[in-house]
Design a protein around this ligand. Structure first.
Ligand SMILES: Cc1ncc(COP(=O)(O)O)c(C=O)c1O
Length: 438
């Protein structure tokens, strides 16, 4: 369990979990539950483990893992760049005053408006993903620095929904049948577009470094052919993100330094082999920075012991604040943050409060046998792809997010209330709805 907790987490003698010098039971009282608690120390340590190893390279935090103004500000201070994949993520970075030249703009279906927004903002790189997008570029006219996204056909040891590097992916241009070469040729013809290099992201929650090495080898092979056919030389390659993290005690998070080292060595080897100039390397980690920094606190509401069957411990959140178990079958662990010293008993199932049988956060976990309403349940390693995928299913308000550091807790995303839930609704006659109270 302890390998899943943020760096600053400490169990106290009274059985309470402390994170960032804050007692989680006090955080729950002050900010309510469900509550996503982000440990600033872990964010910084993970970010630095990439930036210090990358040297002259570039590290862009993948905003899709978790996106809000304060996090953009924190990452700016740490010298990272941002990978955004929508106008909304870009608008968030802009609201944080994030330097646009350190932003990479992605998306398999960027609208003309989004491309114009990115160009006006002055983003450092736009990653081109389709022939339609190449057509759209011609309507922009202004100068743009581009990467071309390719799918190097690398199978990864991860859930199919988070595999992106296979040839029939919706992302990028496949190497097979000359598609990527034809795309590069068209892109090189777009006036005012400077093609800086290639981008590849092979998937997420990857534990095997060999997948990154294979991707580099395929990119180098393609670039060797591109040099011969089109005289194209890449200044930069961006290998995306994807490094996995442990969500359960039986898993071990690979070290960020190990993935960077594997990529760097592969680039030196594969580009050297083909007598290609060594490009600048960029990466886009998301989960491996934000994931381990976050724990989610829930209040236990009901405990239902089915005679001869499961015990369901239901909490005050669920699939609306963490869709991953329902979407990908993701596994987590849980414990009571208010009684870490209580002996563990039989296995229970931690369920959410949504009207779906599939709304289960943790299928089998040992909690104290006397788990009861008002206990504080904690699910660790939940900083990534939880809040960023949150919904208002069943019209449940989204939780708050707090950043903790040295005994201070700052609410960086306020909890939604019922006014927020109905704020976009209109009456039958089209007039706005006003609830009056929250
Ligand atoms: C293009 C791109 N870059 C980076 C990432 C971040 O991946 P991860 O959070 O697994 O590091 C993703 C995730 O889907 C992605 O699509």
């Amino acid at each position: 369990m302890h390998n899943l907790l943020p760096a600053s987490a400490r169990p106290m003698s009274d059985g309470h979990l402390m994170v960032g010098g804050c007692d989680t039971t006090e955080l729950a009282q002050r900010f309510g539950t469900p509550l996503l608690v982000l440990d600033s120390m872990t964010l910084e340590a993970k970010a630095r483990s990439y930036t210090q190893t990358m040297g002259a390279g570039r590290v862009f935090f993948a905003c899709k893992a978790l996106c809000c103004v304060a996090l953009c500000e924190e990452l700016d201070g740490l010298g990272l760049g941002l990978d955004v994949c929508s106008g909304g993520e870009l608008a968030t970075a802009q609201a944080a005053g994030f330097p646009a030249h350190r932003i990479v703009f992605h998306g398999n279906n960027k609208s003309l408006e989004e491309l114009q927004q990115a160009q006006r903002a002055g983003v450092g790189r736009i990653v081109i993903d389709s022939f339609d997008e190449i057509d759209r570029l011609t309507k922009i006219g202004a100068p743009l620095d581009l990467l071309m996204r390719v799918t190097p056909d690398v199978a990864t040891d991860t859930h199919e929904s988070v595999q992106t590097g296979q040839h029939d992916s919706k992302f990028g241009f496949a190497f097979g049948n000359g598609v990527a070469m034809a795309a590069l040729e068209s892109l090189l013809d777009v006036p005012n577009a400077r093609v800086v290099g290639l981008h590849s992201h092979i998937g997420s929650q990857i534990f095997e470094m060999s997948a990154f090495r294979l991707a580099v080898s395929r990119l180098a092979g393609f670039l060797s052919a591109a040099r011969d056919h089109l005289g194209f030389i890449a200044e930069e390659i961006n290998l995306g993100g994807g490094l996995g993290i442990a969500h359960t005690s039986d898993q071990v998070s690979p070290r960020p330094e190990a993935s960077v080292e594997a990529i760097r060595r592969a680039v030196t080897h594969e580009f050297g082999l083909r007598h290609l100039p060594k490009p600048l390397i960029a990466i886009e980690p998301g989960r491996s920075i934000a994931g381990p920094a976050g724990v989610t606190l829930y209040s236990v509401g009901t405990v239902k012991r089915l005679p001869g069957g499961r015990t369901f411990v239901s909490v005050d959140g669920g699939m609306s604040d963490n869709i991953r178990p329902a979407l990908y079958g993701a596994r987590y662990e849980a414990f009571l943050a208010n009684r870490m010293n209580s002996p563990l008993g039989a296995q229970v199932t931690v369920a959410g409060k949504h009207c779906e049988s599939g709304d289960v956060l943790v299928r089998d976990v040992h909690l104290p046998d006397d788990v009861q309403p008002d206990d504080l349940l904690c699910i660790p390693a939940t900083g990534a792809y939880t809040y960023s995928m949150a919904s208002n299913y069943n019209r449940i308000p989204k939780p708050a997010v707090v950043m903790v550091d040295s005994g201070n807790a700052v609410e960086i995303i306020r909890r939604e209330n019922y006014d927020d839930v109905v704020r976009l609704d209109r009456h039958l006659d089209g007039t706005p709805v006003s609830r009056g109270t929250s």
